[in-house]
Write a protein that binds this ligand. Structure first.
Ligand code: B16
Ligand code: MG
Length: 218
């Protein structure tokens, strides 16, 4: 019996991954580093500073900056990223998300957010989605990044449910691993190629109904 759903934000509720990519690519290019879309896939779901480390390492520049300089680089990327975020509105909520959240509410299934992003509250605000989420566990609250299950375990605890009674919706491989490590049912949002370890993989939340959960009992 499913009592709660925990949603990742970027790539599940909204498509902010494209804005992260533009902003990281701009920073990488300024540093003389290339960043392909395929490499960007590896960056999904992990924290801002971890992402910067991966990009600098790719350019063999990881030892060229002090911690303060690294923080300044990450802040610069975040300013560019937030320029996009602040222009977002409800039209950027991915298809089917609001309808499904309403179905969950009508069926007394609790709703939480589990995101690595420190911009999660702003994104929920500008897209008018704040009210749907009873619990928000984001990058300002966690100490361990996905694939560590901390984000989702904190969400389940705050909602008062056991992971075995909850579903994690994730678009990133690392986020999916976090859900699995926490003992949750998982729905991968995206491609089977990336998310094949999930209990179920669908293209988007638009493809999920309460009947989808029946597959968990098989
Ligand atoms: P910020 P999610 C993650 O959000 C993104 O997938 C990841 O690309 C980003 O680096 C991370 O948030 C941190 O975001 O820079 O806004 O704090 O997918 O966990 O909702
Ligand atoms: Mg995501």
């Amino acid at each position: 019996m499913i009592k709660a759903c925990l949603f990742d934000l970027d790539g599940v509720v909204v498509d902010t991954a494209k804005y992260h990519y533009i902003a990281w690519k701009r920073l990488a290019n300024e540093l003389g580093i290339d960043l392909t879309e395929e490499e960007n896939e590896e960056l999904k779901g992990i924290s801002r500073m971890q992402t910067l480390e991966i990009i600098l390492t790719k350019g063999n520049l990881q030892n060229n900056f002090s911690e303060e300089e690294k923080a300044a680089l990450a802040a610069k990327k975040n300013d560019w990223y937030r320029e996009f975020v602040l222009k977002m509105d409800e039209k950027e909520v991915l298809p089917g998300v609001e309808d499904f959240l309403k179905v969950l509410q009508a069926n007394n299934i609790r709703i939480g957010l589990g995101s690595a992003s420190k911009n999660a509250a702003t994104i929920l605000e500008v897209t008018n989605m704040t009210a749907y989420f009873e619990v928000v566990i984001d990058g300002t609250k966690v100490t361990k990044s996905k694939p560590d299950p901390q984000t989702f375990l904190m969400g389940a605890e705050a909602l008062g449910v056991d992971p075995s009674e909850a579903v994690v919706f994730e678009d990133s491989y690392k986020g999916l691993k976090a859900g699995l490590a926490g003992g949750f049912y998982t729905i991968g949002i995206g491609e089977e190629r990336v998310l094949g370890e999930a209990h179920i993989v669908v293209e988007g939340v638009k493809d999920v109904t309460l009947a989808t959960f029946e597959a968990f009992n098989k």
